[in-house]
Design a protein around this ligand. Structure first.
Ligand SMILES: *Cc1c(COP(=O)(O)O)cnc(C)c1O
Length: 387
């Protein structure tokens, strides 16, 4: 048996403070480590494995495509990519899709599109994007700059110019930043890394209306909230607004790297030949996986996500040692009397893998996790939270 943990420490760049679990294989919502110990997966690879590990239907979609053609470059057409784009547009009402490989790259595309939209109409000085304090938009230099948390900025300056930070749920703070140099506003309707905090309805609607009035590009970063995670296909659908751009990634591919920047009525024609590109973007294998994920997220399935969400919220709210619960759908954060990290480590002992977000424990289980597995996981979480 190879010593995965010490080889990782020796040869893999030290950017991740990993938990002491070496995953060997899994099925559905169960993972197994090198010693054969079983874990219930309440993190799904940070909201990526939407239908769990090695789901039969997803594996078939991916392997069928894998045995046909695995990659072509974007010099040619492929059917999984266009079918996925068509499906996303039909399900959202958005008009065009650019495919990337990650969430950060989907946001890069959104930022480029917003800048070009504004500069084409209002000149070179109109390029700034308002984002929110406590947001998270990615790790590239530009998306770091978009991220409204100083702790991510410190040692990577100079960052990309042109981001302004407003306060979440304070519409006046957004309005006060808008001037002739502002091209758009980018928000996460539920701040994920920032602590699983759903934005207020009035605030999201207010930002949407402000963008409409001032002809700003309204961008929803749905990298984490998208693809059924919050109980609707996309999180913005809880708020009755129509974004000009929606970005997504994480759960979209169900475990393969794909992101999407979806453009609406206003922004659909902004990017032209040569304006943007990606070697892997819309890769046929990733697209086939994503298509199978999206096709399964029908209303009946999403109702099931909401039901499971209610079960988790109800149980957490009653738990000893749990101080508060937040989030939407199966994107859930809770504050505990004990430090979150301590709770997560106890859960690992008890055979449950959870995440953290800031000072909270975060749960992002597979959307198809069976209720009895969810019950078992919450029993362990209850034990771990007990003061
Ligand atoms: C994870 C995340 C990103 C970054 O996605 P990557 O695929 O890691 O580049 C961007 N925005 C939000 C809201 C995220 O949760």
């Amino acid at each position: 048996m190879i010593d995965v943990i010490s080889l990782d420490k020796q040869f893999v760049a030290g950017t991740y403070n990993r938990f002491p679990v070496s995953v060997q294989y899994g099925k559905g919502s169960f993972l197994y480590d090198q010693s054969g110990k079983e874990y219930i997966d309440m993190g799904s690879g940070i909201g990526v494995t939407a239908f769990g590990i090695s789901d039969d239907e997803w594996v078939k979609a991916v392997t069928d495509q894998l045995t046909k053609v695995q990659h072509t470059s974007n010099l040619y057409y492929t059917s999984p990519c266009v079918l996925l784009a068509k499906t996303l547009c039909e399900r959202t009402g958005l008009k065009k899709v650019f495919f990337s490989n990650s969430g950060a790259e989907a946001n890069e595309c959104a930022i480029k599109t917003a800048r070009k939209y504004a500069q084409d109409r209002r000149g070179k000085d109109c390029y700034k994007i308002i984002t929110l304090k406590n947001s998270f938009h990615g790790r590239t230099i530009t998306t770091l700059s978009a991220t409204g948390q100083d702790c991510f900025h410190n040692t990577f300056t100079p960052l990309t110019d042109g981001f302004l930070y407003a306060t979440a749920n304070d519409l006046e703070s957004v309005k006060s930043l808008v001037d002739d140099t502002v091209a758009g506003v980018m928000i996460e309707v539920v701040q994920g890394e920032g602590g699983v905090i759903a934005l207020d309805n009035d605030f999201v609607v207010g930002v949407y209306e402000l963008c409409k009035e001032k002809d700003l590009v309204f961008i929803c970063d749905e990298v984490q909230t998208g693809n059924g995670r919050t109980g609707k296909l996309y999180g913005y659908m809880h708020y009755g607004v129509t974004p000009d751009i929606v970005t997504t990634a994480k759960g979209l591919g169900g475990g393969l790297p794909i992101g999407a920047c979806m453009m609406g009525e206003k922004t659909q024609s902004v990017l032209g030949f040569g304006d943007h590109g990606s070697t892997y973007g819309g890769n046929p294998v990733c697209s086939a996986g994503a298509l199978s994920v999206i096709n399964r997220l029908d209303q009946k399935f999403l109702d099931g996500v909401e039901q499971k969400s209610k079960y988790v919220f109800d149980r957490l709210k009653k738990m000893k040692g749990v101080v508060s619960v937040s989030g939407k759908g199966l994107m859930i954060g809770f504050k505990t009397e004990k430090p979150a990290k301590e709770v997560v480590l106890s859960c690992i002992d008890g055979g449950v893998l959870c995440l953290t977000a800031k000072d909270k424990v975060r749960l992002l289980p597979a959307l198809n996790i069976p209720l009895n597995v969810l019950e078992k996981a919450l029993d362990v979480i209850e034990w771990a939270c007990k003061p």
